[in-house]
Design a protein around this ligand. Structure first.
Ligand code: NAD
Length: 480
């Protein structure tokens, strides 16, 4: 393995056209991990040109030929997951076991879409006119620009790139500038298995000018974006000028409805694992725990004790189960949300500050906050940090109303032993993914999708493939 940590444009490793450089920092130590190219819209334009030049031959390969290459990539990722995860920990700070798991899912995605693209079936539709025959087919959309977030630096890219490449699209990957190394390792593997030069391109650099280039360049047919609502809305504004296709995977503010009668020890243990995974920097992280009054006190006691036993530290240390936040800006945001909610009456039962034990790195203590009310910042905003909030409710209808009182609509969780309540609650929640008595509703083979302002489009599952395909009707006349 001799990986390159540069931009990849048209099969050639390049530095930035403006010679810009960027220091990738380890969020656990604030030390430089590596310095990489940091370009701008010019690099993006070159990458789009290369992807457009590669499109005719890549899209004309059969789905079986593309699948062979993508399957090889998934095998290599599995073989090298230890090395790959190590790189991801260095730049993201997440615990090693979580980084390994993320790469395994990335491998699953390449394998899944390699297979799924073989089933991009069209159909003959019976005509109402005897002299006509009607055929509906699906064709790759063209060059896709991928702009992704740092929280899952391998998964976020794999989820879109695997589907796009399998369907016959070519891609320009623009990872978060905080985690470009993971992306660079991924494209090294794609190049190594023999994917056409130019089918996969990677650029790193100025987000705004690269985003603008993707928006305005006619050769870029679609943008896939994973990130904040703020930037998602900017892209949507820009896309309106060219009717650019968009997939937007934006933030979440997941409610967790806990009804009486459940095994509180089990729910609290699972809640801690789900909430503090990746230091809470997960779009589907359980955030607003809405707990029935009869069990709220007991639940708070249990999660406070369990969260106090979490070990904060460098993700490479085997004992660590919570790492740092990605950068100081993210930590400041979390601090501010906790501080303002506290001023409005929320009670902190654990944490609520930077740890004295970690003077370096962007750490924030695992935190539990109770008596959180709907108007408080911790209820209204996506926290994206290691903060578990608890509010209580009396009637199921109130819990559902509280749960839906958000502009987000990504994931929601329900814990109950009552089948009728489970079904009726799930049906009334305005969210794209509902976990009933479980914390991981998302999986490679099912759609990942947000309602309301959590996004547009679907990833993974069979639906994920169709985000990268256009539908075409071919109508034959004179066949009567
Ligand atoms: P962000 O919006 O700040 O950045 C996301 C990406 O956009 C980064 O690569 C960034 O460099 C780039 N970017 C920033 N400004 C841009 C601009 N003007 N034009 C084009 N690109 C620009 O978000 P973030 O802080 O990196 O990520 C956290 C957010 O991502 C959270 O809201 C989280 O919920 C969301 N997220 C969603 C999903 C999902 O599948 N729904 C998955 C992971 C993360």
């Amino acid at each position: 393995m001799n990986y390159e940590y540069r931009q990849l444009i048209g099969g050639t490793w390049t530095d930035a056209s403006n010679a810009g450089r960027w220091d990738v920092l380890n969020p656990a130590t604030e030390e430089i991990v590596r310095t990489v190219p940091f370009g701008n819209g010019d690099d993006c334009r070159q990458a789009i040109e290369a992807a457009a030049a590669a499109f005719p031959s890549w899209s004309q390969k059969t789905a079986y030929e593309r699948a062979t290459l993508l399957k090889k990539a998934s095998d290599l990722i599995r073989d090298r997951s230890a090395h790959l995860a190590h790189t991801t920990v260095l730049e993201s700070g997440k615990p090693l076991l979580q980084a390994k798991g993320e790469w395994v899912v990335a491998a699953d995605l390449f394998e899944w879409f390699a297979e799924e693209a073989k089933r991009a079936y069209g159909r003959w539709v019976p005509s109402r006119n005897v002299a006509k025959r009607q055929l509906v087919i699906h064709q790759p959309i063209g060059v896709v620009g991928l702009i992704t977030a740092w929280n899952f630096p391998a998964y976020n890219i794999a989820r879109a790139a695997s589907a796009a490449l399998a369907s016959g699209c070519t891609v320009v990957i623009r990872p978060s500038e905080y985690t470009p190394l993971t992306a660079m390792e991924m494209v090294n593997i794609l190049l190594e298995v023999g994917i056409d030069n130019g089918a996969v391109n990677l650029i790193n650099g100025d987000p705004a000018s690269m985003g603008q280039e993707m928006l305005h360049n006619e050769k870029c047919a679609k943008i896939h974006f994973t990130g904040s609502q703020r930037v998602g809305k900017l892209l949507m504004d820009g896309a309106s000028r060219t009717v650019k296709r968009l997939s937007l995977e934006l933030g979440g503010n997941a409610p967790v409805l806990i009804f009486p009668g459940v095994d509180l020890d089990q729910v609290a243990a699972g809640a801690i694992a789900a909430k503090f995974r990746n230091s809470g920097q997960v779009c589907i992280a359980p955030q607003r725990f809405l707990v029935h009054k009869a069990v709220a006190r007991e639940f708070v006691d249990r999660v406070t004790i369990a969260a106090s036993q979490l070990r904060l530290g460098d993700g490479l240390l085997p004992e660590t189960n919570v790492g740092p936040l990605i950068n100081s800006r993210q930590r400041n945001r979390v601090e501010q949300l906790v501080c303002e909610s506290r001023e409005q009456g929320a009670q902190v039962t654990l944490g609520g500050k930077r740890p004295d034990s970690q003077p370096r790195g962007y750490f924030y203590e695992p935190t539990v906050v109770t008596q959180v009310q709907p108007a408080m910042p911790l209820f209204e905003n996506e926290i994206f940090g290691p903060v578990l909030t608890v509010s209580s409710f009396d009637r199921a209808d109130d819990a559902i109303e509280l749960a839906n009182r958000t502009r987000y609509g990504l994931a929601a969780y329900v814990w109950t032993n009552d089948l009728r309540a489970a079904i009726r609650t799930a049906e009334r929640l305005e969210f794209g993914m509902i976990g009933i008595n479980e914390w991981t509703p998302q999986s490679t083979e099912v759609p990942f999708t947000g309602w309301k302002e959590s996004g547009l489009g679907k990833e993974a599952g069979s639906e994920g493939l169709h985000e990268y395909l256009e539908t075409k009707l071919i109508s034959f006349g004179g066949t009567g």
